[in-house]
Design a protein around this ligand. Sequence first.
Ligand SMILES: [Zn+2]
Length: 85
Amino acid sequence: MDKKFKKINKNGSVTIPKEIRAEAGLFSGNGVAIDARPDGSVLITPAAPSCRFCGSMTDILTIDNIIICMGCAKKILSKVDVVND
Ligand SMILES: [Zn+2]
């Protein structure tokens, strides 16, 4: 993915572009851990595991390194059932 350039506002906030939030699994309302790295970069990671699709932090499971909630898993399974009919 191409680098995105943003300005830090006077309150210290930076908007993380939507496509980067989606790729990283960062959802509004969910906490993040922010850490300054020795190389000058800043690492932002989800503070707690959350569903890759909806951001839920409850009833989650991990399948092949993808974190998903039971609600989204059921939605996906219902689509698979339709395909098999
Ligand atoms: Zn979900």
